[in-house]
Design a protein. Structure first.
Lengths: 77, 113
């Protein structure tokens, strides 16, 4: 079951209110996205923890509703 | 990473990651991955010439769910090196492209520098 891009963006926005978020629909099928998220929440964290924060913001939809989300996370430089 | 529980799948995963220096939980087998993300990760490991064990999570639903809760990570593949969770496809690819993965594997004595 795909997740719409506005839903995805809203969930990420809620999880990372300060963030710069860019989302690309890679396959045009609402099921394969790429998200670039720049947020202070990631500062000093290893990448695994950064991605875990994103997955937590998606509240279990990752791996279910959302099959593929390529992530690029970083803290503002 | 995970609490000591009586979850037999978690026990099995913990034992597996401690017994193998490089272990990839993936969809399909290294010779025939069944998902593009698993395929990319296998290609990177092959390219670096590191020996690894592939565990096909599709063989067993308990394993497929168990690895997600064990690592607190919702997707497959998942790479472990020397018992440590490295990440999924995106992180492995980023670390490969930056040279960090090769550096780490050679530091650990798993590939020739």
């Amino acid at each position: 079951m795909p997740m719409s891009q506005p839903d995805l963006e809203a969930a990420l926005r809620e999880g990372f209110p300060d963030a710069t978020i860019e989302i690309e629909d890679l396959a045009g099928d609402g099921d394969h996205y790429k998200a670039r998220i720049v947020s202070l929440a990631f500062k000093g964290l290893p990448r695994v923890r950064q991605h875990q924060l994103v997955y937590a913001a998606l509240k279990g939809r990752m791996g279910g509703e959302l099959h593929a989300l390529a992530l690029e996370t970083s803290a503002p430089s | 990473m995970t609490d000591a529980t009586s979850n037999p799948v978690h026990d099995w995963i913990a034992k597996s990651v401690s017994e193998h220096d490089v272990i990839l939980f993936m969809k399909g087998v290294p010779e025939q991955p069944q998902c593009g993300f698993s395929a990319v990760t296998v290609q990177i490991l092959d390219h670096l010439g590191v020996d690894f064990v592939g565990v096909n999570v599709l063989q067993n639903d308990q394993l497929r769910d168990g690895i997600k809760t064990f690592s607190d990570w919702p997707t497959i593949p998942q790479l472990y090196v020397k018992g440590e969770f490295i990440g999924g496809c995106d992180i492995v690819r980023e670390m490969f492209q930056s040279g960090e993965l090769k550096g780490m594997l050679s530091e650990q004595g798993l590939i020739e520098a």
